[in-house]
Ligand binder design. Structure first.
Ligand code: AMP
Ligand code: MN
Ligand code: MN
Ligand code: MN
Length: 314
């Protein structure tokens, strides 16, 4: 059953849809606690949101509890790290039924991978001159959450080895640099399997941000579809309209649904919850019309169920 504020197709109306299906909190590399992300969503008119922290659903139950009184539908989610042909590919898992089945074990696999990867990154950052790199990244994280590359980037800045985060990524942590360690991530197809088996929708995150040629991006989408993937982010934050149109063509050719998200991490930057380029008119269907999500949206009991879950249950 459709929900009142959500269009069933993209008509080219530049008005904001009130949807953001890709955001981060302190459960991974975001700056705001899940409750604060939800509050910001409420103030910005986001009515359907997914919290999609890197490789974890640890923030979801807190977000769900905060979303309900605001009248916001909170879709449990995560942004999962995968590997495809030597490239790190991110997969947004939209999980109307929460994590279950093989995905439970999968999240543990990813948590362990992140831990052992941090040790390798630390070793490489020490070679670059950052002493006690693991301890310093841990200090930057400010909690026991799994470490990510931004924690090492901040440690490099704090140690005065680079002037800012952008330089830290450009010189040490970005694609192809010493700290870009990806051997630990499971194969894209395997992660898609986990998500589909959990009754979720597998969304290929920000397809334009992997530095792939159009042809190679098409191959990635082909393999993703062959593995059972259902959707891709047609709009991720701000992007050129012509590029969006071209990506829409690639999704349309493969019958993929279109998701939308800001990839919000922290306030004060150019992105906020709900901020993203408008979607041009396209035949590609919005991801909220996918049967798995439409069923969840049409049933209020699912929301009650999510919110009734004990903290830590997700
Ligand atoms: P990880 O998940 O540990 O591999 O870290 C990847 C994260 O680093 C991304 O999700 C972004 O939040 C962040 N990131 C990637 N590239 C940059 C960059 N050039 N500047 C700042 N942050 C970045
Ligand atoms: Mn991130
Ligand atoms: Mn990502
Ligand atoms: Mn993200």
């Amino acid at each position: 059953m459709p929900i009142a504020f959500l269009p069933e197709s993209f008509t080219g109306d530049p008005e904001f849809h009130g949807v953001d299906l890709h955001m981060h909190s302190t459960a991974s590399d975001g700056a705001l606690a899940p409750t604060e992300v939800v509050a910001l969503c409420a103030s910005r008119g986001v009515k359907l949101m997914a919290l999609t922290d890197h490789d974890t659903v640890a923030g979801v139950s807190e977000a769900a509890a905060a979303a309900s009184p605001q009248g916001i539908r909170l879709l449990p989610g995560a942004e999962l790290s995968t590997r495809w042909q030597g490239v790190s590919i991110h997969l947004v898992a939209l999980l109307p039924q929460g994590p279950r089945g093989p995905l439970m074990e999968g999240l543990e696999v990813l948590a362990r991978a992140r831990e052992s990867r941090a040790v390798v990154i630390a070793r490489r950052m020490e070679k670059a001159g950052l002493e006690n790199a693991l301890a310093k990244a841990r200090e930057q994280a400010g909690s026991g959450r799994p470490l990510g590359r931004p924690d090492f980037a901040r440690a490099l800045v704090a140690a005065g080895l680079v002037p800012d985060m952008a330089t830290a990524f450009r010189k040490y942590l970005g694609s192809g640099k010493a700290g870009d360690v990806k051997a630990h991530w499971p194969d894209l197809a395997e992660v898609v399997d986990w998500v589909v088996a959990a009754g979720g929708v597998a969304v290929l995150a920000h397809p334009l941000r992997y530095g792939l040629t159009r042809r190679k991006r098409g191959q990635m989408l082909d393999d993703f579809v062959a593995a059972g993937g259902q959707a891709a982010e047609l709009v991720s934050g701000f992007q050129n309209t012509d590029v969006t149109r071209d990506l829409a063509r690639q999704l349309d050719e493969r019958n993929l649904y279109a998701s939308l998200g800001s990839d919000f991490h922290f306030p004060g930057g150019h992105l906020a919850p709900g901020s993203m380029s408008p979607v041009p008119r396209t035949a590609v269907l919005p991801v909220w019309t996918h049967p798995q999500l439409a069923a969840w949206l049409g049933s209020d009991s699912n929301m009650a169920k999510t919110n009734a879950m004990a903290p830590g249950a997700l």
